[in-house]
Design a protein around this ligand. Structure first.
Ligand SMILES: *[C@@H]1O[C@H](CO)[C@@H](O)[C@H](O)[C@H]1NC(C)=O
Ligand SMILES: *[C@@H]1O[C@H](CO)[C@@H](O)[C@H](O)[C@H]1NC(C)=O
Ligand SMILES: *[C@@H]1O[C@H](CO)[C@@H](O)[C@H](O)[C@H]1NC(C)=O
Ligand SMILES: *[C@@H]1O[C@H](CO)[C@@H](O)[C@H](O)[C@H]1NC(C)=O
Length: 501
């Protein structure tokens, strides 16, 4: 049986794909493996041989879509009456497929009794399907499932607080995000964080286009473990594209999210709303993802998430957009690396352990440190590139509207290269000339925090014949004052640091 199903699978592949598969028999060099050039003609013969064999083989076999054996665990939604033309409502049909998947047998288990369904597949058969209410499995406690290969479209009456797919045994209403970006967590969240068992483990969403039709969101994942979202295109969400709450290890990879389908410079950009990805949980990863339209690209309020290779051009900062919003005051533990903030920036509330590096900030995109209780500790903003329009925008800005930063420690903002924006750093250095008994330099233009110089190192060079005594007299207000006991002319080099105590 297994052989037969593999065979029908192979026949669906285009010829060119098939050849490397056939030629990969033991001891046969595969076409894709590196081989000396002298073997090339032998390989061409080998190729032609297989090609002619294949041509003889092909007419003798009819290609049928339903050649999958009955005990294969690939559930085709079209076999359940789902309409791949997207005209008729397919909610009930797809839910029946979900139900059969949920009911499929397995004696194996994953974490905490989650039933291991062996990699059972829900196949959307390359169609687009109209959905009028959220798709959920009938219950919790299953894993090792793949959902792949097609498009879901929310109908005009799809619930505006629902998600097309909800990995949650009960409705998971979209969190309300208020104007100031605060998430209104429901009472459910409080109970979830104390729960010890997971709803789902190892469920993969692959090659899906999810169109929310400006009704609700696309995928909601609640209290689940090791969920993968791979090569998905998520659009027209009104609330949140992908919402992750509790649980951990949701990996969102190689995917595209945008409320409106645009490639930048959209005339309606001012009106973009919603959030691309919301991570209200720990230990998740967003890798190689583009967010091309949303008021907030990624909203994070859980620790130990990593953002890598992400391109945010969701809504320009000038129009009120935010690329990445970190709402974890006091314990941030977030890494943002190798990313691309394109006209939209990063906002971090009271960052404690935050690392931002190797990221390109384009079009005056900047980082804002927003004080909640005045704490910033363990912050690295290093080795990034900033490029702007010479409008004097600072690469790192403080929002002290709520309170001033008072507890500042282990902050390193340095080694960023900057073009057309104002450099800001926790380290400043300067050399200046003087003639007299007092040398003053103002480091305010470069230092991030006001009135904070922890260390000064300096050297004094007299250019006349004087041999004065000299010392640092004052570092208040980020101004370094060096004084000598007698008037001399000379120069001073000083380096100041406000980060380390
Ligand atoms: C759509 O629904 C109509 C009415 O129930 C039915 O006649 C038609 O066959 C359905 N089309 C598809 C493609 O399922
Ligand atoms: C943005 O929204 C406002 C208010 O809803 C509307 O008047 C305006 O036409 C919209 N602008 C664009 C460019 O869509
Ligand atoms: C320093 O000041 C003295 C007196 O004001 C002046 O004569 C001298 O040229 C100055 N030296 C330099 C290097 O400016
Ligand atoms: C240092 O300079 C500030 C003004 O910038 C002044 O208020 C303060 O008194 C000075 N401190 C000393 C020790 O001279």
């Amino acid at each position: 049986m297994a052989k037969q199903s593999a065979f029908s699978f192979i026949l669906c592949l285009p010829t060119m794909l098939l050849l490397p598969l056939l030629s990969a028999a033991p001891n046969t060099p595969s076409l894709s493996s590196p081989a000396p050039a002298t073997h090339f003609s032998a390989r061409i013969r080998h190729y032609n041989h297989h090609l002619s064999k294949l041509h003889k083989l092909k007419p003798s076999l009819s290609v049928q879509r339903d050649a999958v054996p009955t005990d294969a665990r690939v559930y085709h939604v079209t076999s359940y009456g789902a309409d791949p033309s997207g005209k008729n409502d397919s909610t009930e049909s797809i839910l029946r497929a979900f139900s059969d998947v949920y009911g499929s047998t397995s004696d194996l288990s994953l974490i905490g009794g989650v039933r291991n369904l062996g990699g059972v597949q829900i196949n959307l058969d390359g169609g687009h399907y109209l959905i009028s209410r959220p798709l959920r499995l009938p219950g919790a406690g299953v894993g090792n499932i793949v959902i792949q290969g097609g498009s879901l479209h929310a109908s005009d009456d799809f619930p505006s607080d629902g998600y097309l797919i909800e990995l949650s045994p009960s409705p998971s209403a979209a969190p309300k995000i208020m104007e100031n970006n605060k998430v209104m967590n429901s009472a459910e969240d409080a109970s979830l964080s104390s729960s010890t068992s997971y709803n789902y483990e190892y469920i993969t969403f692959r090659d899906l286009l999810l169109d929310c039709n400006y009704r609700g969101g696309a995928i909601s994942i609640v209290n689940s473990l090791r969920i993968s979202i791979d090569n998905c295109y998520i659009t027209h969400f009104a609330t949140t594209g992908i919402s992750v709450r509790s649980g951990h290890e949701t990996y969102i990879r190689s995917s595209f999210l945008g409320q409106h389908i645009t490639a930048g410079g959209d005339p309606g950009e001012r009106n973009f709303s919603g959030t691309g990805i919301s991570l209200v949980g720990n230990d998740n990863a967003v890798i190689d993802v583009v967010i091309f339209s949303a008021a907030t690209g990624i909203f994070i309020s859980g620790q130990a998430n990593i953002i890598s290779g992400v391109h945010c051009y969701n809504k320009a900062a000038g129009f009120g957009g935010t690329g990445i919003y970190l709402q974890l005051p006091g314990l941030t533990q977030t890494r943002i690396v190798d990313s691309y903030m394109d006209y939209t920036g990063i906002v971090a509330e009271d960052p404690v352990q935050l690392h931002i590096s190797n990221t390109l900030f384009l079009g005056d995109a900047a980082i804002t440190l927003k004080s909640i209780n005045g704490v910033v500790n363990g912050l690295n903003i290093v080795d990034n590139m900033f490029s702007g329009s010479n409008a004097g925008v600072a690469i790192v800005q403080l929002d002290e509207s709520k309170s001033a930063f008072k507890q500042i420690d282990q902050v390193v903002i340095a080694r960023n290269n900057v073009k057309g924006m104002q450099v800001k750093s926790t380290i400043g250095s300067a050399e200046w000339q003087g003639n007299g008994t007092s040398w003053t330099v103002d480091f305010n233009p470069v230092l991030v925090f006001p009135n904070l110089i922890r260390n000064v190192q300096y050297s004094f060079r007299s250019t006349d014949n004087g041999f004065p005594k000299h010392m640092v007299r004052n570092v208040s207000d980020n101004r370094v004052v060096i004084e000598t006991d007698v008037a001399v002319s000379g120069s001073v080099y000083a380096r100041v640091d406000q980060g380390q105590s």
